[in-house]
Design a protein around this ligand. Sequence first.
Ligand code: C2E
Ligand code: MG
Ligand code: MG
Ligand code: MG
Length: 284
Amino acid sequence: RENMGAIENCGFYDTGIRERMVRQKELENHFEEAVSQRQFEVYYQPKYDVKGGRFYGAEALVRWNSPVEGMIPPGVLVPVFESNSMIIRLDEYIFEQVCRQIRQWLDRGFAVQPVSVNISRLHLYQKGFVERYLDLIRRWHVPPGLVELELTETVMFDNEELLGETLQGFRREGVPILMDDFGSGYSSIQLLRSMPIDNLKIDKGLVDDSTERPKLQKILASVIGLAQSLNIQVTAEGVETKDQYDLLKRMNVDYIQGYYCAKPMPCGEYEKLVYENTGGREVF
Ligand code: C2E
Ligand code: MG
Ligand code: MG
Ligand code: MG
């Protein structure tokens, strides 16, 4: 009898777990459905090569066109998918879409430029993460360097040893690593030195008020100088005005990504902009 009581009491927890599992299952079914119905779309935001005076490369950003909820932006989608680990599958799916797209551009004879893909910090703890991604690159015959990985700076603090091994695994195969959102949290200068990072993306938060705040300009200038002295290129994110653009250009930033240059756009529009129109002429 005592046992029965204990089991009944546990029933409360059982329902909770059951509900969670059902909910998880629902989301998983949703995900399969969304994939098979092509509801996830990759948008491309062009990056501008300041010294070269032309667009060069892009960041892939997911969009979910849900028939029920409408267009769900990544700011909403990513945190939900991170809380139930679905982000692992979403990121891998987006990564493969990008590999496939690069393959298609190559087959069409374009001089293909790199595309960077966002990778959730949860990947770090997935067994076989590096091999799975390298397999996709090989399967689609993507030459090294054309697909890049963006990891946010917050990932970098979790487990330095694991992170170092992971990044080296990609570096050995020629996959460039970009550190995303630098300056949004407790940025570590030490990590710039110890990790194999190819490109540092300065967070929009540092760019936003830069034109009005001399102190911020000093910080920006020294971060840019420091990164470049370590052979790390620098991209400024979220540049919206000509003043910001001019300031960052004076500071010798390598790439600019922001609405001032171009917004994220569907693949077809990106192709027109980069592979059919500009022909190397200076835009800004
Ligand atoms: P992020 O990786 O830092 O990407 C840049 C974000 O800033 C994008 O937002 C882009 O549209 C936006 N942005 C670019 N220039 C400007 C500008 O001048 N002004 C303003 N206001 N915004 C600008 P988006 O597409 O909404 O993505 C938000 C975040 O969601 C991304 O930030 C990234 O952390 C995450 N994300 C997007 N796609 C994926 C994905 O496939 N996987 C994962 N794990 N995360 C993703
Ligand atoms: Mg990013
Ligand atoms: Mg960013
Ligand atoms: Mg960001």
